[in-house]
Each structure stands twice: as structure tokens, then as C-alpha cells.
Design a protein around this ligand. Sequence first.
Ligand SMILES: O=P(O)(O)OC[C@H]1O[C@H](O[C@H]2O[C@H](CO)[C@@H](O)[C@H](O)[C@H]2O)[C@H](O)[C@@H](O)[C@@H]1O
Length: 896
Amino acid sequence: MTVFIASLFLPKTIHFTLPGTPPRGAPSEKKQPAGARPPLPDKQPSLFEPKNITPPQTPTEDKKRVDPFTNEDGIRIQLPPLATAGTDGFRAPTDRSSPTWGGRPDQPMSRANSPPPPSLTDNARNLHQKAKELGRQGITQPSILARSDSHDRVFAHANWKVVNADQGNGGLRNAAEAAAREGKLGEYTWVGTLGMPTDALQGTQQLQDIEDRLATEHDMLTVFCSDKDFDGHYSHFCKQILWPVFHYQIPDNPKSKAYEDHSWKYYVNVNQAFADKIVKNWKRGDVIWVHDYHLLLVPGMVRKKLPDAKIGFFLHVAFPSSEVFRCLAVRKQLLEGMLGANLIGFQIHEYTRHFLQTCSRILSAEATPDGLQLEDRFVDVVNLPIGIDPVSLSQHREEDEVKRWLNIMRERYAGKKLIVARDKLDHVRGVRQKLLSYELFLNKNPQWRDNIVLIQVALSTSEKSELDATVSDIVTRVNSSWANLAYQPVVYLKQDIDYAQYLALLSIADALMITSQREGMNLTSHEYLYCQDGKISEKKHGSLILSEFTGTSSLFGGNELSVNPWDYRACADAIKKALEMSDEEKEQRWTRLYEAVNHHTGSHWFTEFMSRLDRVYEEQHRRDQTSVPRLSMSTLIQQYKRSERRLFILDFEGTLVSWGPVNQIIPVSPQRTLDILNDLLIDDRNTIYVMSGRRPEELDRLFRRVPNLGLIAENGCFLKDCGSEDWTEMADSEQIRSWKESVKNILTYYLERTPGAEIEDRRCSLIFHYKSAEDYEAAMRQATDCASHINDACEEQRVHAIPLDGCVLVEPLDWTKSTAAQRVFANLREHMEPDEQHKSPVDFLMVVGDGREDEKVFKWANTLGEEKVVKEVVTVSLGTRNTEATATLTQGVSGS
Ligand SMILES: O=P(O)(O)OC[C@H]1O[C@H](O[C@H]2O[C@H](CO)[C@@H](O)[C@H](O)[C@H]2O)[C@H](O)[C@@H](O)[C@@H]1O
């Protein structure tokens, strides 16, 4: 059995050595001894060198031209990439940078926006034509006219080596490696892209060799897609549409791209390439685990081809409220893609709740606390926070390079308090808010000027422009206000630092400050807390200032200094508190935070998700209609004959009679049904209850010719025992009265906007009927909004709204057909002789039903059978959905 871990970027990528350039990092290019640690690159960005004290300068055009290809192609990143050229054993901070794709000098450049080389086109005129077309489409990179043939040849023949990739999800990689190291993950294969453009190598032996090497030596399946697809997928659809929306940024300005879908097709193409790769390599018993917002469609695409596959999906980023998510033009497709999985995981409860509400609202799917009931399948949904790998972190902390950096920084910042941070420079991460708060803090607290330094490492993103300029302006302003020859209040490093510097920085800090506007988790704060144990630095138990909008914040129980990054004053106060807090308080807080970090480790996350996936997969398959056997009549007859005290609990509509409009009273009960019930009741060893969503008085009328029949009305809110004249109200009438009042107000609001709809007021439930609405489509939209509105507003009143066919049913959560069935069972036991009461009141229990409400009764009855409380338990479903019942029937009982 293999576990496929599908993530946009493979943990490895390829670096080429081009003619005339010295090899990066390793002496031999193609053959690198496994496990060897790469030497550090010649030049590292440094916190200590003078150039880093002021914002680093953007390389000039001249500097860029050192690259042999820049002249003709013009696409290059500005800064040299960070040292990643290594084989195994190399680590980087868990949160990686996402460098501009296709910008490394030692990888082919992207062809996303450039036409093919002249040798591949009919003639140069065509080429020119294409370049002009690009211009018309608004592609403003004037230097990109044609891709170079020589470029292709050079890369096709250059030496290359496999190195650790600096893009991608470090938390996921560390977690998988930790689980494997601890023996909790057997065979596994990564599925992902190389994170570099590959058009230049298309059809070459070079690309085939790379693919083979990754497969055979690194257990990695490479997904190839055209540069154009990748660029459209990653730089456009992911980064410009999904990333802001998933981080709750409502696209409320006219320039927003959330409504457009021009890059959607690239998103689909890349997802399809992943799905195809997985399907091609999958064998029965394999597990597929798909990761993050880049691959939302993959579960659905794989499910189409492999209906029985075991598929998990985990979303690493946040999931917004349905109000934000519904702005996406392709909202349905995205949700349906995710729902191809058997288990969907989120970092925290808030995201899970948003997802369930969004599905119920946009897809009208029935949401339960455990997941979503679709037409034919149940999809489990869970929240499970990821964590770090303390073991490998510990090892790396011991390295000499970390100690060297610690010494450098000790000396450099002697006598100063340090607040540190390392974030992506995009709007979501809130660097701007942090700097403004820091500025306010210095303004308000002159005593701290000269004594405190904020070191902000900012990682590059594709989001340049305004934010970049704004942040630089604030840094300059703060520095020019308070700096002197010996002091600089902000050290702003606009590039990444290597792992040793990162660990030294976290260890020597007095506080870490995270002000994300939203963030799935934030593992930097976990790594910081770990590094603050005082084992390698005299500084310890530093404070954590953490945005309340990070997933991490919900794990830390208020032991961090929780801040709203928009509230600059409160953030400035938090800085003061972090610096002035007593040692005892610091230690107390840190100890609790450290416990949380150690409890939620990456390895625990990984293994827990895998075992939950196994469990839900088994459960879902057990309940699948095609796995549930047909009811065997001969066995049933035997069970019936050998029993002495029998209890039947039979659903009414859809079971004893076919479905009728729920707001219409069936005028007469089908005679055959009544006759069968009366026949069964002649035998006084039989007790029968009929359960229904209808009102008590309706059931009285329908079954007046079946004396001795027990009745359960309004889905368990009322019970009438066999032979009794009176109904017992099961529900708490005061509670019902109170929620009804609030719910009626909401229903009335929607009623006024839905001509032709009506509200039915039952004793313990309310129904919003819109079957006869003038505009059915519009009514359906109102109805789903109405259901979400009630579910959001009335959760605490123990009531829920369920969108059904043509109506929304609002009923209490605490009284169900199952609670009524349990009462029936208890009442039967009470009627037994006192010395018999330890026994079961019946030795035969049969439950027949077809709907959602009946499932709970099946579950209860099956448990009585499994625990051997009742000897013979038969649960039969007549529905088409997946079921808890142990047998199915396609025809109604009355007809068989
Ligand atoms: O920038 P991308 O290539 O699109 O990737 C998105 C981010 O993925 C990783 O972060 C996410 O997962 C982390 C671990 O579960 C979680 O802590 C974080 O909140 C998520 O955003 C990666 O660590 C980031 O560097 C990427 O930007």
C-alpha cells in the first residue's frame, strides 16, 4: 500500500549548471552522495552585514545582465535565491518563501508569456504576429519577444542535480518525514511539480532522465504541465483570486478578479494533470492525500475515475465565511472538487464550520457536525491542526552555524531587546500593521527608544507594488525619526535568511510578533516557542504577540499576547507588555504555550489524519447502498418465528406509503397498509410503532382504524403509547416556544421576499414551503439563505434548519425519532415484572425507514444488536442514500 501525498510543489527540484557558470554548492553535479549535507553557498544574506541595516537595494539592470540569458529574454528574479542546493538533511524554516516562479538563473525560464522559438514555428512572421497578439492582450513585458532556441539547447544539455526545493509547504514535508521516521508512515510517494518551468525541456531526454531519477531515487512522481498552465494556475488563479478570498478578503473593488475566470481554465488544467498522474499510478489499497488550495479540484477528478479510492484532502490555509466564499465565480466547482474526498481536514474549528455552512448554503447539502450528507455519499469533515517537528528542530539547533550566528547577534545587539518577525510581504500577513504599531509604541514610550530593535525579515511574493513601497516608507520614517549613529530601531531585511540565522534569530529574541490579518496556522510561532527553551541561548521564555486571526491562536488558549492587528493601540500596548512582563509571568505563559506546541506536533497531525481517513473510509463503505445486502425474507421469517416479544418501529411516508406533499393531509390511509398492521397486531407478541414527521392529530386520523398501534409524531417530539388515548409531549415546550419566536421572525423575512411561499407552524417544528412559489429558482436561493441564516443565528437554541425538496424544515436538535424510539424501549421495560427488568423487553426489533431521520433509529437499534441487548435486530432502508441499516429493500414493505 502506498500513500500518495499530492502537493503543488515536490520537496525536490532541479538545479542546472550552465556552461561558464561555476557549479552551485556541490562539486559533482549528477552524482551527489545520498545524505550528504551540502556546503553553504558562497554568499548568504546576512543580518549582520552593513548592507542589511538599511533596506537592501534592488539590483540594477546591469547586475541582472550578468545572467547570460537576460538579454534576450528579460525575465529574471532580482535577488539570488536562498541556499537550498542540497540533497537530504537540509532544512529551511517551516514557512517558506514563494519566489516568483520561473525566475532562477539556474533553471529554465518560463514560456508562459513567450511564443516558441523560431525553429519551431513556420516562419518568423508568425512569431512576430504572436508577439503582437500578446501585446494586444495587455501582456506588458516588452522585452519578451521570442524565446531563445539557444536557451533550450543549453538547458537540454546542461549538468543538473536534484536539490531540496525552497518553495512549497515546509510544515507538510516535516510532518511526513517525522511520521516516517517514527515508523508511522510506510511507503509513500510525493506527487507534485518541479516548481520550475519545463517547456524548454519538453520532449528531451533530459526531462525524461529527471523524471526517472526523481521516481527511482526519491519516490517522487513529477507532474508536468505547460508553463502557461502553471503560470495561469499559480501566479494568477491561486495567488490573485484564491489566496485573498480564502484569507477573508472580500473582493469589493471594481478591479477585483474574483468574479473573472480567465485563469480558471489553467487552474483546471493543472488540477487535471495531477489527477491523471495519480490515477495512472494508483493501485487498489493505495491512499491518496491531496493538499491545499492549489489542488481543490483533484479529489473530485480522481473520484470520477476511481470511485472506490480512499481520498483525503487537507486545506492548509484558512477557509472564509460563506459570505466571502460565495463571491467566487466558480464556487460550486471548487466545493464539488473538494467533496470528491472521503475526509476533508481543516486547521481549526472555525474553518470547518465555515466550510459546512458554505456547502449547505451553496450546494444545499445537508451538513451535520461530522460532515456532509450528499445525495449518494457522506463526506467526513474534521479539524486537525498541523504542528512542527521538534525532533529535527532540536538537532538543527545544535549545529555550529547556529551557534556562530548566535554569537554574532549577541555581540551586535548587546544590551538591546529584540522583537523579531519573518513574514511574507503580502497584505494578508499584516507587516504594514505591525510596523505602524511599532512606530506608535516608540512614539508613546520614549523610554524604550534606543533600547529596542525590531528585526523584520520580509519574504518576496508576487505582490509587489504599493505594499512594498508603503512598508519601505514606514521603515524609513521610523528609522529616520529615532536612529542615531549607534542605533537603528528597525532592521528590515527584504529577503530571506538561511536556516541557521533563522534559528539563531528565534533563540535570541525577546518577543516574536505576528500580525497576520488571516493565516491558516502560523508555524513560525511554534518554532519560536520551541527555540525559547533556553537550551542554546541565555534568552528564554520570550513573549509571543500573536494575531487573533491565525489558526495557531485558537490552540494557545490566551497564553500568548493576543492582538487584533487592526488595533494599533492595542498592538503597541502588547509590545510594551511583552517587554515589561515579569519573568514569572513569562515563564508561566511560555510553559503552557510550549505544552501546546509539543502536543500538536506535525507527526501527530499526519498520523491522526491518516487513521481518521482509514476509519471514515471503512464506515462510509459499510454504509454504501451497494455494500448493504438486500433483506433476506427467509432469514427474516426465521428470526420472526423464533422470537417471543417483538417490537416494530416503522416509518410512515416513503416506507408504509409513498411520499406525498408534506403540507397536505393524506385523505385516506392505503387500506392494504392498515390491514397489514392490523394483521400483525392480532398476535399479542407484536408491538408496533409508526413514526412520522406529521402532527399528532394527523396521525390519529390516519390510523384511527388500527387500535393498539403506537405513534411517534413530529419526528420524535410526541409519543403515543400502544393502547393509550393520550399523547406525551417529549420536547421541552418552553424551549420550543422560545426558538420558535426567533425562527418565525427569520422565516417571515424570507416569506416576504418569496411570493407564493408559506409557513407551516407545527407544534414543535416550523416548515417553510416554497414548492408553489412563483419563481421556484429564486425561491430555492432564498430558502438556502434562510436555512443558513437560522443555523448561524440559532445554534445555541438547539434548533437546526434542513433544506429539503421544496421546503426548509426547522426542528429541535434534542428530540428525534431516535430519542422517541429509546423512550418506547424504556417504557416497555418499565411494564415488565420488577425482577425481569434487567432483561430486554423484546427479543426481536425491526426498524424500517427511508429518510435522514430514520438513520438515527437504525444506529440505535444496531447498537442494541451489537451489544447483544436484543437478540434479533433487523434494520431495513428503503432509501437510495448510504445508510446505517443492515439491509435494504427497493420496494416498500407493504408491496412485498
Ligand atoms: O505561497 P504558496 O506556494 O501558495 O503556499 C501557501 C503557503 O503554504 C504553506 O503555508 C500554509 O500551510 C502552513 C502549514 O499547514 C500553515 O501554517 C500556513 O498558515 C498556510 O498558509 C507554506 O508554509 C507557506 O510558506 C506558503 O505561502
